[in-house]
Write a protein that binds this ligand. Structure first.
Ligand code: ADP
Length: 640
């Protein structure tokens, strides 16, 4: 998550490792320490990866498919195929030598021929074994490289997507794409492609040899084996494609369910719905099992079916070949070679059947990944996007209408001008469109109509990186990563010094809390689970403070904060807002009141705008809201 600076990372020393684990080094006894050092010395060195990262829309590598994906590695594949060819030829010459040994050695009583044939056979086997070893190592490396590329590509693709993508796709399903689907391709990449070639080539070589021995016998063999094999393969293909796709979907459901239950465990526990959650999970698991069973049923028919075809062919051949030997058309040695060839003939057929199975599984995964890669991010850099120079912070919404993907319009012709340094609060009912306006200003979405401008420049004309580096966004439910305080506060500016991070924590009034957590190295748990809502918001404010944005877009926390946290956040905001342009989605009128101007949003329109005084005097909607709030506050005070 947080790569260390510096280009290269070597395996940690035991001192570092002990320090990381929180162990004083002295606790590792001397002789053990030496051994630990030896083990750690063998740890591989990891380079920090070079990241190719772009936001332009047309960066696509074309439609994802096996062929296109393998193409850049064609030379390596060709090399692997050469090794395969050597292995195949070396192995398949065995029966030929057997035939020579039998006919010219044993039958003719020539000992030297027999010994030569046997030695040659042994030599060939050695060559085949060496070629096989080299090929396995080679394809193993190639396979891992392909998988790595695919993993990185999938992750990059997901990072490029706009927020809508994550609303419509369930996290668990995305996890499936990144783990299980890619794993399903592992067999295909590591062994499959080359093995496919190996077995295909073996089949071709043997077919040629069979014809060479006796065309008639070869024709009988092919007539017995080929039509049945082709027919059963076609049936399997149709069945397996649908079945395996179904399996992939069910795995997605399964991981989706797991992920959601884990993320929502507090809600599940609080509402005492664990039993329902278990029942739901069981249902999902059952569907997954059924899908797998269905797929394996097809497989269980296809595999043994092909084997039966092979055995039947052998029986036919024994009869026909035996008759031919009896009539003197072929020799006994030739019949022996022929039967050996036949066994060798069906070995690759069997292997191909298995490979076909993994190809079908991989094919389903590829189809799923292709669906994923076909989603294009909608918020992208234009090819001619310019870098946004440091802004003064003037924001304009110019006749902006917006609807979420396939949704009904959420904003209607909204216009808003925010001067540099001004703070504007957006207030209104839930669902009015306040957060949507905030998201458009941060360009998490592009408007359907109209334009959002900063310092007079349309947001779509500048690069997203240069824009976001000047806009600080604090969301309603700030996300904290599992790690340290330093990781979280310095997130937006990895180069920031400790002094700057501490200053930011102090500025937002988190200094004390951070100290309690153990300073910058203090632990923050996943999503900040051990912090209060107020502390999470403050930590998020500190994170934004460190990145020193010119413009602040803040979605105020809706969660009820205690008075002390509220007061702290208000103080923090005072510091944050100084000298910055800010748009705040205010859920509490106390916050709105302090803004320079307040915009009342209702059903996707700004219906009132002005300072607190102006709006109260105007006696409109805001005045009513404020009067209500004041009377509530008075009652609350009375209760207290
Ligand atoms: P507010 O911040 O004022 O409570 P929002 O801007 O969040 O309102 O939402 C405005 C409308 O847009 C609501 O009707 C909401 O249901 C809808 N909406 C919000 N986010 C999404 C989304 N990601 N996809 C589709 N509709 C959304």
């Amino acid at each position: 998550m947080f790569p260390s600076p510096g280009g290269m990372r070597s395996g940690p020393s035991s001192v570092q490792a002990a320090a990381q684990a929180g162990l004083p080094h002295a606790e590792v006894p001397g002789d053990l320490r030496a051994r630990v050092e030896r083990v750690l010395a063998d740890e591989p060195v990891h380079r920090d990866p070079a990241v190719r990262w772009s936001r332009t829309a047309d960066e696509s590598e074309g439609r994802f498919g096996l062929g296109r994906f393998l193409w850049p590695h064609r030379y390596r594949l060709a090399m692997a195929l050469l090794l395969v060819a050597a292995e195949t030829v070396a192995l398949q010459l065995g029966p030929v030598l057997t035939q020579i040994g039998v006919d010219h050695g044993i039958v003719a009583g020539d000992r030297s021929v027999l010994v030569t044939a046997a030695l040659a056979y042994a030599g060939l086997l050695a060559v085949a074994a060496a070629a096989a070893a080299a090929r396995t190592a080679f394809t193993g490396r190639l396979g891992e490289r392909l998988l790595e590329r695919l993993r990185v590509r999938t992750f990059e693709h997901m990072q490029r997507q706009q927020m809508d993508f994550y609303t419509t796709e369930r996290a668990g399903v995305l996890l499936t794409r990144m783990t299980s689907d890619i794993e399903a391709l592992s067999v295909l990449f590591n062994e499959g492609v080359v093995n496919f070639a190996l077995q295909g080539l073996t089949l071709a070589v043997i077919t040629v040899l069979l014809f060479n021995y006796d065309p008639l016998l070869a024709l009988v063999t092919l007539a017995a084996a080929v039509p049945a094999t082709v027919a059963s393969s076609m049936w399997f293909r149709r069945r397996a494609a649908a079945d395996y796709r179904n399996v992939r979907d069910r795995i997605g459901d399964l991981l989706g369910n797991l992920q959601e239950s884990l993320a929502g465990i507090r809600v599940i526990a609080a509402h005492d719905r664990r039993n329902v959650s278990v029942a739901e999970h069981r249902r999902v698991v059952n569907r997954h099992r059924d899908a797998n069973l269905r797929a394996s049923r097809a497989n269980s028919l296809y595999g043994p079916g092909s084997e039966a075809i092979g055995i039947a062919t052998q029986a036919v051949l024994l009869g026909v070949g035996g008759a031919m030997t009896a009539s003197g058309r072929i020799t006994v040695g030739e019949l022996a070679a022929y039967l050996l060839f036949l066994t060798a003939f069906f070995a690759p057929v069997q292997a191909l059947v298995q490979l076909y199975n993994s190809y079908q599984q991989g094919g389903a995964a590829i189809a799923k990944l292709r669906e994923l890669f076909d989603t294009r991010p909608s918020v992208t850099d234009r090819p001619d996007a310019a870098t946004l120079a440091p802004v003064r912070g003037e924001i304009d919404l110019d006749g902006v209408s917006f609807s979420y993907r396939d949704g009904s319009p959420v904003l209607h012709d909204v216009s808003l001008h925010v001067s540099p340094g001004e703070t504007v609060a957006l207030v209104g009912e839930t669902g009015a469109g306040k957060s949507t306006i905030a998201r458009l200003i941060a360009r998490l979405y592009d408007p359907t109509q109209g334009a959002v401008r900063i310092d007079g420049r349309d947001l779509r004309d500048v690069t997203i990186t240069s824009l976001r580096s000047q806009i600080g966004v604090v969301s309603q439910e700030p996300f904290l990563f599992a790690g340290t305080v330093r990781d979280n506060v310095g997130f937006a500016r990895p180069g920031a010094s400790d002094a700057e991070l501490l200053a930011a924590l102090d500025a937002v009034g988190m200094g004390e809390v951070a100290e309690r957590l153990g300073g910058l190295d203090g632990a923050v748990h996943e999503r900040g689970a051990t912090l209060s809502a107020g502390e999470r918001q403050l930590l998020a404010l500190a994170r934004t403070f460190v990145s020193e944005p010119r413009v602040l877009v803040l979605d105020e926390a809706t969660s009820n904060l205690d008075l002390r946290s509220e007061a702290q956040i208000e103080q923090a905001l005072d510091v944050m807002l100084r000298g910055r342009t800010a748009v705040i989605v205010a859920h509490r009128l106390a916050t709105a009141r302090r803004a320079d101007r307040i915009a009342v949003v209702d059903a996707g329109r700004i219906v009132e705008i002005g300072s607190h005084r102006e709006l109260v005097e105007a006696g409109g909607r805001y005045a009513t809201m404020f009067a209500m709030w004041e009377s509530h506050a008075a009652t609350d005070d009375a209760i207290r």
